[in-house]
Ligand binder design. Structure first.
Ligand code: ATP
Ligand code: MG
Length: 201
């Protein structure tokens, strides 16, 4: 009897909830290219971006990926998505700044990499552009902020852009439509476990 009452109340609550959700979905009828920023110290920024690459390719969309900072070309994501005919994949970094230890070389490599990104951001045939680890090029002042933000804001109207990396600068967050901050609750690396293929690379 008590169970019946709980079930009836639950059902009534779900009917009200469904009406609210359906109304919100019906109201949100705009379509446009989105800017997403995935930032914060927790794991999941780049892998979330690559999840959207998979979604977009599944819809037959053309995708461009620019990986800044990092130089490794043996990742699972590059092997998998880079082989897809609709996905163009560029590894544009020279390694982490603490590995290169050479600010002017880092700046030159950022400039070279950014010209690839600029080409994609000016071309409406790319329906999704991922700028992986771009935030560091801004926070270290390797690239001119205005130049980067202008290229992103003047991109084709229906083009989606995903930016990843820690410590995203405020003007980038202001420009974004969707911002997610990953929270580092715990990470296996802190327990002495090395990066695992399939999970970390
Ligand atoms: P992922 O590519 O796994 O989604 P991410 O893009 O959020 O990670 P990055 O800062 O780009 O994070 O770091 C990439 C690598 O560092 C991955 O191997 C990831 O597992 C690891 N990593 C990410 N966050 C942390 C953390 N808080 N502590 C230790 N290692 C981390
Ligand atoms: Mg990353």
């Amino acid at each position: 009897m008590i169970n019946d009452e709980i079930n009836t109340r639950h059902q009534a609550r779900m009917v009200r909830k469904k009406a609210l959700i359906d109304a919100a979905i019906a109201r949100n009828d705009k379509a446009q290219g989105l800017l997403l920023v995935l930032t914060g110290n927790g794991k999941g920024k780049s892998s979330s971006a690559f999840g959207m690459v998979g979604r977009a390719l599944g819809h037959g969309m053309k995708v461009g990926v620019c990986q800044f900072i990092k130089s490794r070309t043996d990742t699972g994501e590059e092997a998998f998505f880079g082989a897809h005919p609709l996905c163009e994949w560029h590894v544009l970094g020279d390694g982490f700044t603490w590995d290169t230890q050479d600010r002017s070389a880092d700046i030159a490599s950022a400039e070279r990499g950014w010209t690839v990104a600029e080409r994609m951001l000016a071309d409406p045939s790319y329906q999704l552009v991922v700028l992986d680890e771009l935030t560091y090029l801004l926070s270290y002042h390797y690239l001119d902020h205005e130049r980067v933000l202008d290229a992103i804001s003047q991109r084709p109207a229906m083009q989606h852009v995903v930016v990843t990396g820690r410590a995203a600068i405020e003007p980038l967050l202001d420009l974004a439509d969707t911002v997610t901050e990953m929270l580092d609750v715990k990470h296996a690396f802190q327990a002495g476990i090395k990066a695992q293929p399939g999970i970390d690379l």
